[in-house]
Design a protein around this ligand. Structure first.
Ligand code: TRP
Length: 452
């Protein structure tokens, strides 16, 4: 096992894990993706299934990832190798953490393209482009950005470079401090914007859309979308949370810590929905608009707000920082591993991986314009990567990880983590994981394979 990280005294602050994990969870998934997923998938039906997924799959799997991470205090790759050497798991399991790292790598490639949109909108907001802008104008601004590979390349490159420089340092402490300021600022800002959107937008229609549904709206596609998004939004199935658990205080309750992370993540997503949807309804924007929804609707509100230029700029800055604290986790697994195993400096490791991410991102970016016609299994490269990671890769890794924790590794290994200190929590979690989360993930994985 590599050197124990407790040497660095990182565990002295019990909140570090919660901050780092929340920083990873809260990101573009909450503010950019959640509103349009709700819009595309029928509102209340999606929300209902999403909540079920959070409690029946998301939270139990997150607890499994964190419990394993804290019990071994090591990175996922070395952990599984070690379990294999101790003959607890067979050779095939050694592949699982690489799949997890691959998920992070693939996700980052298109995530940085979206973060690039946020950078571009930040710049436009600073320049005052959004003052008194109409819906058609923001739509045109967005389309112009998507249609310009050169500009997207610039912002994509800037974002990847920042990620490389940040991941290149050993940053957990700094990251946690950033998140400590970022999260309250983001939540306050979204709260303020939600109040504003409820006044100028169509709040009644939003509430009806979000909180009413009938069974016929719950289709296989809605269920798949909700589960996939739960994995994406909670950053599970990728080993990032596993790595952060190594920094977690022994005295902290895992169930409580993970519940807080899920709560914060969901709060930010719901708030983002309450900001974007009332605007979408009052501006008559099509709910099926997809990935551009947040970027088209919000600037109209900023354009009308007194001091909106400043508000818009601060908002996009917070969005970029939230994306950054998520993006860092996606590379962390491989960077830490290359560093610990091969003694490559963190910066060099981050640079090598970042270059790969940048190149793959380039393909996603071109698939939005010049390569629009190139399709993989009926999807553009961008959509394919998005769907493949959320609907197939993350559920598979999460499933394998849950099987590992629930059925393979000896209970005694988890003893200190949950059984001794939280016996009722342990029973509850263990049974839900075994009899509910795992069967659901098996069904989802099979359905994902058939569907995509
Ligand atoms: N959860 C982040 C978001 O909502 C995205 C993210 C970060 C992620 N790390 C991840 C997604 C790992 C999947 C796997 O924006």
């Amino acid at each position: 096992m590599p050197e124990n990280r407790c040497m660095q005294g990182i565990w002295s602050n019990p909140w570090l894990f919660i901050l780092a994990a929340s920083g990873s969870a809260v990101g573009l998934g909450n503010i950019w993706k959640f509103p349009y997923m709700v819009g595309e998938n029928g509102g209340g039906a999606f929300l209902f299934v999403y909540f079920l997924c959070l409690f029946l799959v998301g939270l139990p799997v997150l607890i499994a990832e964190v419990a394993l991470g804290r019990s071994v205090r090591s990175n996922p790759i070395d952990t599984i190798n070690d379990l294999h050497e101790r003959r607890i798991v067979t050779k095939g399991w050694v592949l699982v953490p690489y799949l997890a790292g691959l998920a992070g790598f693939l996700i980052l490639s298109f995530y940085s393209v979206i973060a690039g949109w946020a950078l571009a909108f930040f710049e436009r907001s600073l320049a005052g482009v959004f003052s008194s802008v109409t819906k058609d104008e923001t739509q045109a601004i967005f389309s112009a950005l998507i249609g310009s590979p050169k500009e997207m390349l610039l912002w994509h490159s800037v974002f990847v470079l920042i990620v490389i420089l940040v991941v290149g340092q050993s940053v957990t402490r700094g990251l946690a401090m950033l998140v400590k300021m970022l999260l309250p600022a983001l939540i306050l800002m979204l709260l303020g914007l939600a109040v504003y959107a409820s006044i100028v937008g169509d709040f009644d229609k939003t509430l009806t859309f979000l909180f009413s549904w009938n069974w016929s709206h719950i289709t296989t596609d809605v269920v798949l979308a909700a589960v996939g998004h739960a994995f994406f939004s909670l950053s599970i199935g990728m080993g990032g949370m596993f790595a952060y658990a190594a920094y977690m205080s022994k005295h902290m309750s895992i169930v409580r810590a993970c519940t807080i992370v899920v709560g914060v993540d969901t709060l930010v997503a719901i708030l983002a929905g309450l900001v974007v949807l009332p605007l979408v309804f009052s501006l008559n924007i099509d709910l099926d608009t997809g990935p551009s929804l947040t970027f088209v609707s919000l600037p109209v509100a900023f354009g009308r707000l007194p001091g909106g230029q400043g508000v818009g700029s601060v908002f996009f800055l917070l969005l970029i920082l939230a994306a950054l604290t998520s993006a860092i986790t996606m590379l962390e697994l491989f960077v830490a591993w290359l560093h610990e195993r091969f003694y490559v400096s963190r910066l060099k490791a981050a640079f090598i991986l970042g270059l790969g991410v940048w190149l793959l991102g380039l393909m996603s970016l071109l698939s939005l314009n010049e390569w629009k016609e190139i399709h993989f299994f009926g999807f553009t490269i961008f959509d394919f990567l998005d769907k493949f990671t959320s609907l197939i890769l993350l559920p598979i890794v999460a499933l394998l990880l849950s099987i590992l924790v629930a059925l393979r590794i000896p209970r005694s290994m988890l003893q200190n983590e949950l059984i001794t200190r939280e016996p009722t929590h342990f029973k509850w979690w263990y049974n839900v994981l075994k009899f509910c989360s795992i069967p659901i993930m098996v069904v989802i994985t099979v359905a994902g394979w058939i569907g995509v």
